[in-house]
Write a protein that binds this ligand. Structure first.
Ligand SMILES: C[S@@+](CC[C@H](N)C(=O)[O-])C[C@H]1O[C@@H](n2cnc3c(N)ncnc32)[C@H](O)[C@@H]1O
Length: 342
């Protein structure tokens, strides 16, 4: 029984990993980082050649972004391999499920501006730029790590269940990245210290994101729909981009219009910090520790504040300093910040 349950659980986890990003989600985010891409090698390492909008976006915008090289590795178990366009690898075999592939492109068009879909499709079908990998394209495999080593910027939407692993791997090789994750990851012990130490930060879109999901996805009551073409969709209310590419967002100052008083800003029962209900209510004249909603991370400016820790259960990890309660009433998880004296 235990085995059956754990099989069911892992099947559920696999399904919840398959969220396919829209072109618009990628385009609107990358537009804030154009200056970082010139002359760079981009790696999309949780992808499918062409079916992925990451791959499609970077092919279309190869010249706009002045890329040096684009490498997309696909994972053998992907649910969408071969569903949109019939592609061939360099041995002229049809792409098939179960195998990992790599698409590896340097300059491929003289077009000024975006490259047309037709030109991309023709190029992909005639230029032998897709090769079968030895393994299944797992981003942790030795051959995929070799691609990581020669890349400058990783851009992808990894399986949420492997989010900490991919961030840890990218940081280990000192690479830049722009990846999609779930906001829950902010307080993971592998991610939180990177944010605290200003090594990584959030991008622009933070919250709502919609994703195509595979045909086998089960209907859900909320945040699920099927469009007129029969494509299934899900949306998340707590998605985010996480990056270590500098952006303007992280240099914007939080405007503080409120002043401190002990009634509106009660202290926690068990820790010397005040509770601040919303980011707009951060008082301009308080320099002690403040517990603020976790969404502060998307407004966080490290010139203005420092992150002291988090308050969730008080035991999740070394950064989780206490369980927040006020007069015995539990408060939802908080990030603990302190103003910097400027
Ligand atoms: C959330 S989906 C996103 C797909 C695509 N990047 C996109 O955004 O449309 C995650 C992708 O990672 C693939 N994947 C799962 N485990 C992987 C692994 N260990 N290494 C590389 N890719 C993996 C899945 O098959 C799936 O295609």
């Amino acid at each position: 029984m235990a085995n059956k349950n754990s099989n069911l659980q892992s099947a559920k986890n696999i399904k919840d990993d398959e969220f396919y990003t829209t072109y618009e989600t990628i385009e609107s985010e990358v537009s804030h980082y154009v200056r970082h891409f010139a002359g760079k090698t981009v790696l999309c390492n949780c992808d499918d050649p062409f079916e992925s909008n990451f791959c499609k976006y970077f092919l279309k915008n190869f010249n706009v972004l002045k890329l040096h090289r684009l490498i997309c590795t696909s994972y053998g178990a992907s649910a969408v391999v071969g569903t949109q366009i019939n592609l061939f690898d360099d041995t002229h075999q049809n792409l098939k499920r179960g195998a990992g592939y790599v698409l590896d492109v340097t300059k491929f068009s003289d077009a000024v501006g975006e490259i047309s879909d037709g030109a991309i499709a023709y190029f992909l079908q005639t230029s032998n730029v897709i090769k079968k990998l030895d393994g299944n394209g797992d981003f942790r495999s030795a051959e995929c790590i070799e691609y990581l080593k020669i890349s400058d910027i990783v851009v992808t939407n990894p399986p949420f269940s492997l989010f900490k692993e991919i961030v840890t791997e990218i940081m280990r090789y000192h690479k830049k990245f722009l990846i999609i994750g779930n906001q829950n990851a902010i307080t993971y012990k592998e991610i939180f210290p990177l944010i605290q130490n200003n090594e990584v930060w959030t991008g622009y879109r933070f919250g709502e994101m919609k994703f195509r999901v595979p045909e086998y996805s089960m209907p859900r009551k909320y945040r699920y729909w099927v469009d007129e073409s029969g494509q299934k969709w899900r949306s998340l209310g707590n998605a985010m981009w996480l990056t270590n590419l500098d952006n303007d967002r992280r240099h914007e100052y939080v405007t503080m219009t409120k002043t401190y008083n002990s009634e509106d800003y009660p202290k926690y029962d068990n820790y010397d910090a005040i509770n601040v209900r919303t980011i707009r209510e951060i008082p301009c004249d308080y320099y002690g520790i403040m517990g603020v909603p976790i969404t502060i991370i998307n407004k966080y400016n490290s010139e203005q504040f420092e992150i002291v820790g988090e308050a969730n259960h008080g035991s999740d990890n070394e950064f989780d300093l206490f369980k927040p309660t006020i007069k015995g009433k539990e408060i939802f998880k908080r990030i603990l910040i302190r103003r910097k004296i400027q």
